[in-house]
Write a protein that binds this ligand. Structure first.
Ligand code: ZN
Length: 67
């Protein structure tokens, strides 16, 4: 199983489109629930992490990574 890593500020490309037609969501907050904001219409939503990870197609890193 592939582990998907993402952080606040990253853009997630999802398999399932938002009702507005966008497939990209910006990560607003991470935890056991993930808060994401739709890049198309700007609405934000909170999704359980497990559910969200299954739906991720690609991650575009925007934030500065501290190793
Ligand atoms: Zn939307």
């Amino acid at each position: 199983m592939k582990i998907i890593k993402f952080d606040v500020g990253d853009i997630l490309q999802m398999r399932k489109l938002h009702p507005c037609g966008s497939d990209k969501f910006e990560v607003m907050r991470v935890g056991s629930d993930i808060r994401v904001k739709c890049a198309g219409c700007g609405r934000d939503t909170t999704v359980p992490r497990i559910k969200l990870e299954k739906n991720i197609k690609n991650v575009e890193t925007r934030g500065v990574k501290v190793e």
